[in-house]
Design a protein around this ligand. Structure first.
Ligand SMILES: [Zn+2]
Length: 98
């Protein structure tokens, strides 16, 4: 018997974490063009990260439309963080997440 093994799921593990870690800076326009280019490149190849980014972008648009000075609720930040963590552990849940 063997436990669930990682089947070398995708070529992006560290890259995912790195990209998602910079998500907020990216959206805030705090990154250099070089870093943004790297992240965009990663998003082209990684559906999981695209979902996370799209979700965050939409969230921000809704929030800023309602009231500009309100930060994204911590509740949602936590959910995003959880989604990011589960990305690192397995990629089978990613499509069920939302
Ligand atoms: Zn990724």
């Amino acid at each position: 018997m063997s436990d669930l093994e990682k089947e070398g799921a995708s070529a992006c593990d560290d890259q995912c974490l790195e990209a998602l870690r910079e998500l907020y800076s990216f959206l805030d326009g705090e990154l250099t063009e070089e870093r943004r280019g790297a992240i965009r490149g990663h998003l082209d190849e990684c559906g999981g990260c695209v979902e996370a980014f799209d979700f965050e972008v939409e969230l921000r648009q809704v929030v800023s439309r309602c009231c500009r000075e309100t930060e994204v609720p911590q509740d949602l930040r936590l959910r995003i963080a959880e989604a990011i963590e589960s990305l690192g552990e397995s990629d089978s849940q990613a499509s069920d997440a939302i």
